[in-house]
Write a protein that binds this ligand. Structure first.
Ligand code: DC
Length: 243
């Protein structure tokens, strides 16, 4: 079935970054914003999850930095464009649908503190960003990966709201988890992500900070599109046809 929707046309192609902690709504917001701009969408958390998946499958000892480095030099992560973003292929295995478990979340947070892992992923991300027309989300998009991004947002919300959001997402696929577990895991990941030595989770100095605690998703998107249009100008809306 074909549907028609209208997208916002900007005067020039831009690169938008959205950073922030787990559960702040980055993924939903980034996808919707990309849809409105008719841009590609890149979820860089999924890239760290893919590496965590690869390391877990390999059974190498995660604390052994040398082993991780050697393992990554023999590994290949391919991003193949899909309707909504990208599919992730680890060596020859499409692992896109296996990355959203609590175990992978914790492992991704742990391995993302390793220089070998961050170096492995930085070129992949920059290559995708070089053509602009991209909304990318993560922890260090505006600070390290794309310091020259056209516009940077930092999306935050209070920890209770973030834990509840993650809990609801997770209980769609599993019922064996409690809100308390999710909340503890999330606070531990927050601590890891904010305190690590390389590429810690912090807003870029030129990021627009949005506290989404008391805001619905449509209000966040509206705030972002208004800011983008006021900065870059728009040539109006364009009708797009989607299958
Ligand atoms: O966004 P997420 O919850 O899927 O991310 C999983 C982990 O990956 C997160 O705890 C930290 C890490 N990460 C990172 O270090 N840098 C990014 N740009 C994205 C994610």
């Amino acid at each position: 079935m074909m549907s028609v929707s209208s997208t916002l046309q900007l005067k020039k192609a831009i690169l938008v970054t959205i950073d922030g902690p787990a559960g702040a709504g980055k993924t939903t917001v980034s996808k919707l914003l990309a849809e409105q701009l008719d841009y590609r969408y890149l979820d860089t958390g999924a890239l760290y999850r893919a590496v965590a998946f690869g390391i877990m499958q390999s059974r190498i000892y995660t604390d052994d930095d040398m082993a991780v480095d050697i393992f990554l030099k023999k590994s290949r992560l391919t991003l193949s464009p899909a309707t909504k973003g990208f599919r992730l292929v680890w060596n020859d295995q499409d692992i896109t649908d296996h990355l959203r478990t609590p175990e992978i979340s914790m492992m991704a947070s742990a391995v993302s503190a390793k220089p070998a892992v961050r170096n492995f992923l930085i070129d992949v991300q920059r290559k995708i960003g070089q053509d602009k027309s991209l909304v990318c989300e993560g922890r260090d998009m505006g600070t390290i990966v794309f310091p020259d991004a056209d516009i940077k947002f930092f999306l935050d919300a209070n920890p209770e709201i973030r834990a509840l959001r993650r809990y609801r997402e997770l209980t769609l696929c599993t019922s064996s988890i409690t809100l308390d577990d999710v909340s503890k895991d999330m606070l531990e990941r927050d601590r890891n992500d904010r305190q690590r030595a390389i590429a810690p989770l912090i807003p870029a100095p030129d990021a627009i900070i949005i506290d989404a605690s008391g805001m619905g998703i449509p209000a966040v998107i509206n705030h972002m599109t208004t800011t983008i249009v006021s900065r870059f100008g728009s040539t109006g809306a364009k009708k797009t046809h989607q299958h």
